[in-house]
Design a protein around this ligand. Structure first.
Ligand code: NAP
Length: 290
């Protein structure tokens, strides 16, 4: 079974997940039918790691996942995150970092996804960008948040704890809790989190970079638009997206990808990253891009 997982597998706590998974954030922009087509195709192609959040839409994305895939296969690992909530302002998100907020969001995940336990929950910190930065009563000590997540894990409402948007010091501080994954922004063009990846590798923690394709936001540099990536893609007969993802996969074995797309064609393209063989020349050129 595991041999059919795209990109092979990597350990996420007690789970074995495909190294190419799927980030569902883009699905907040599409209807249930279009979202269902992408999600069902992802699972059909061997993906068993979905990344979501209750604040992707007003639980819209969680509801898409439930509509398409519930009752869930035993080996499907749905990972959510806490630390923000959806609001009806132009920014659309508000921070929700206090321990009671984290608990409320886990309950929102449970009801909207139709789960008795969220397999993994990432604590999304807001000390640094991208995104909102914590101020006032949203500045919460990491230990207070971890204590709440440990309580939720003891109660069986979450299966395991991950971290997102942290620095190396925070990850080291949280290690005794039993962190199973770390999500930070990272791509072939943005290697600012390389130190975190090294800590993950040393502690057998899954490294789950977000924005691996530069996101849908204009302000994030696009690795797929970089001329070196495009030249390598043309030479190898792959797409720029597949080359960007293949480089992250090749860079460290602890990586689990969650590229986001609202398109079945792009989903299939992203899975082809598993078959892209970057030769020494391509690897050297990509290694030096950042
Ligand atoms: N922990 C955190 O704080 C955090 C923050 C942000 C995101 N995330 C997670 O990380 C996941 C990935 O991030 P993301 O979706 O923002 O960014 P991303 O994966 O870097 O890029 C998504 C963008 O790339 C396009 N795209 C995808 N595949 C493509 C392909 N093969 N060819 C051309 N374009 C392609 C998508 O457009 P189309 O829809 O048109 O394909 C979309 O505009 C999210 O879905 C979410 O689950 C986590």
């Amino acid at each position: 079974m595991t041999s059919q997982r795209p990109g092979g597998t990597v350990k996420l706590g007690q789970h074995e997940i495909a190294r190419i998974g799927y980030g569902a954030m883009q699905l907040e922009h599409v209807d249930t039918a279009a979202a269902g087509a992408v999600l069902r195709r992802a699972v059909e192609l061997g993906i068993n790691h979905l990344d979501t959040a209750s604040f992707y839409g007003h639980t819209t994305v969680n509801e898409h996942i439930r509509a398409a895939l519930h009752p869930y296969a035993d080996d499907l690992v749905i990972v959510s995150k806490v630390g923000a909530r959806r609001v009806d302002t132009p920014v659309r998100l508000a921070l929700a970092q206090r321990p009671e907020d984290l608990r409320e969001q886990v309950h929102l995940d449970l009801t909207s996804l139709g789960l008795e336990q969220v397999p993994v929950v990432n604590l999304r910190r807001a000390d640094q960008g991208p995104g909102l930065i914590a101020e006032g009563n949203q500045i919460v000590p990491l230990d207070d948040q971890l204590a709440e997540l440990i309580a939720l894990r003891n109660e069986g409402l979450i299966g395991a704890i991950g971290l997102s948007n942290v620095n190396a010091e925070q990850l080291e501080q949280a290690l005794p809790v039993g962190v199973v994954c770390v999500q930070n922004a990272y791509s072939v063009l943005d290697r600012s989190a390389e130190e975190l990846l090294a800590i993950c590798a040393a502690n057998d923690i899954a490294w789950v970079p977000y924005f691996p394709l530069g996101s849908a936001f204009d302000r994030i540099p696009s690795p797929t638009g970089h001329p070196v990536v495009q030249e390598i893609a043309a030479r190898l007969g792959a797409t720029p997206a597949a080359v960007c993802l293949a480089w992250i996969l090749a860079h460290d074995e602890h990586t689990a990808l969650i590229p986001g797309t609202r398109s079945v064609d792009h989903l299939e393209d992203n899975l082809r990253a598993a078959d892209v063989r970057l030769d020494a020349e391509a690897l050297a050129a990509l290694d030096h891009l950042s």
